[in-house]
Write a protein that binds this ligand. Structure first.
Ligand SMILES: Cc1ncc(COP(=O)(O)O)c(C=O)c1O
Length: 357
């Protein structure tokens, strides 16, 4: 299918950020967007790139009522060689299709959306920031547009991709974050939608995150919904713990998101010859490990911050300091390795980097 491109007219470009060192996350969006439409019986049609614009949505559009909305998050990086790269982008669209199947939405053609995304980034190339630690965040999104108020899967959808320059996700940057172990609210239960990137999962997490923020914490650490016993993940990150010589992360049992950074970390850690285990870790085992000194480090993994060290964990009114409140050795080494691959400063033995210029 041919992608029709309608560039913004001369003089219609938005103002670009002047100082890349102050870039935050998610407020600035570029000049163009990719869109395509879907109807049952017709499939996806009219793929196009247009100047960034508001959407006209019917108030009865089913996404607004029953939450058929899914999204992805990935980044484009200006490499050390002045070329632009993506990191494992096809995996994001495979995960989008997994999310789509779970909430009865149509899958996208991965080749077509890859082509649309690359064309969009090339058209908005000047929006890819160049300073260290910055990147172009990419947000593919799909929503049900059919106007209908009965509960059932919609028959019409819109898929779009918007992009914008970003800096650090957490104001802490690479400094260790403080996390609050949530034992009241739950994010997702096995059998639910926790392993998909659907908007409702994030809505369900907001209240706990707000309450944790009020208490001075960066993020919530979720426990399993059934027993509030096993560690799942943090707001927008998968979690890793180094206990003695074992690197542990929660298994993909259906309630946590299968992070692409998580998968990258697992492969690298194994290749470094370290003991990498995907197993359930209870909060009691973790607290005991902090108390007896066997917890070496804890870190979150995700596209936004890559590796985010945890310096403090609060559980049932007690504060526990992790790794002396500093970034651990493995966290730092993994950060250097993955960022090195993303920004083309290191050899990419895994074939994860995709050049688009
Ligand atoms: C709930 C949740 N867990 C984990 C992650 C990390 O996933 P990834 O490494 O693919 O960014 C994210 C971010 O997308 C997320 O939203």
């Amino acid at each position: 299918m041919e992608i029709k491109v309608t560039p913004a007219g001369p003089g219609c470009s938005k103002e670009k950020p002047k100082d890349e060192s102050t870039l935050g996350f998610g407020d600035i969006l570029s000049d163009h967007m990719f869109l395509m439409d879907y109807e049952v019986g017709k499939g996806w049609y009219h793929p196009r790139i247009e100047p960034y614009h508001d959407l006209a949505i019917n108030p009865a559009a089913m996404a607004l009522h029953y939450g058929q909305e899914i999204f992805e998050g990935l980044k484009a990086y200006y490499g050390a060689d002045d070329e632009i790269y993506l990191f494992r982008p096809r995996d994001n669209f495979e995960r989008l299709n997994h999310s789509a199947r779970r909430i009865c939405m149509p899958e996208v053609d991965v080749d077509l959306v890859m082509e649309g995304m690359k064309k969009l980034i090339l058209l908005d190339k000047d929006w890819v920031p160049k300073s260290q630690g910055t990147s172009l965040y990419i947000r593919p999104t799909m929503l049900a547009t059919e106007p209908h108020l009965g509960v059932r899967p919609a028959r019409g959808y819109l898929f779009f991709i918007i992009v914008g320059p970003v800096g650090a996700y957490y104001k802490e940057g690479l400094n260790p974050i403080r996390i609050f172990v949530e034992d009241k609210y739950v994010r997702a239960a096995v059998g639910g939608t926790g392993e998909t990137k659907t908007a409702g999962n994030y809505a369900a997490s907001l209240l706990a995150a707000e309450e944790a923020k009020e208490k001075g914490f960066t993020q919530v650490l979720w426990l399993d919904a059934a027993e509030r016993k096993y560690i799942e993940e943090v707001g927008t990150m998968n979690m890793f713990f180094v206990l003695g010589d074992e690197v542990i992360t929660a298994p993909l049992n259906g309630s946590i998101l299968p992070g692409i950074t998580r998968d990258s970390v697992i492969r690298i850690v194994k290749d470094w010859g370290l003991k990498m285990t995907e197993r359930s870790l209870s909060i009691d085992e973790l607290i005991e490990a902090v108390t007896n000194g066997s917890l070496q480090e804890a870190f979150g993994t995700g596209t936004a911050a890559v590796i985010s060290p945890v310096g403090q964990i609060a559980y049932k009114g007690e504060d526990y300091v992790v790794a002396g409140g500093k970034m651990g050795k493995l966290s730092q080494r993994l950060y250097n390795e993955i960022v090195g691959i993303q920004y083309a400063e290191k050899e990419d033995a895994y074939g994860w980097r995709e050049r688009i210029t």
